[in-house]
Design a protein around this ligand. Sequence first.
Ligand SMILES: [Zn+2]
Length: 209
Amino acid sequence: MTIQDHVAREIIDVGAWVAARGWVPATSGNFSRRIDAKTFAITASGVDKGTLSTADIRAVTLWSPLPSGVSAETPIHMALYEDDPNVGAVLHTHSLAATVVSLAHAQDTKIALSDYEIVKGIRGYRSHAETFELPLFSNSQDMDQLAKEIRIQVKAQPRMFGFVLCGHGLYAWGSDMREARRHTEAIEFLLACELDKGRYRRSRTDRGS
Ligand SMILES: [Zn+2]
């Protein structure tokens, strides 16, 4: 299947945007965008996500076997598109904040983020007084199993637009690429705040204040 230029362009542009923020080191991460009711486009495995070209983007058909050359994590994208026709784009980062903060919560099933104004960047949140609960899953190399667990959680939680894999990274999505970018940026900012808050508390403790 030939991928339309505007679909490829959105993925190439988001790759450069995410890479510029340092969220996809060492060819990690993957990005996808829905093409129609039955297909989506996703980045190929093992390529630098900051310098993508059309040749690095593959078309995937829902409810079908995966084509060659796509990321091992494609089943997670597929589960999100298959279960919700309103999912238009999915972004996966391997940021420092998502990695460190999730490891600090390794025993938990979610990370509760409270008192942050930026939560209003996530669809449905209208006030800093609302706690954003980011689901946390244990990391695994068994992507089919992981996708099954994620499906169950997504169905159970209506305002879920992202989750973290412990010690691995963030998945965030939206109804289109623009919303997926905003959700990714808001959640990455929340995680970066948590990381800095931990450092700040420690430095104050070390100074004895
Ligand atoms: Zn990953």
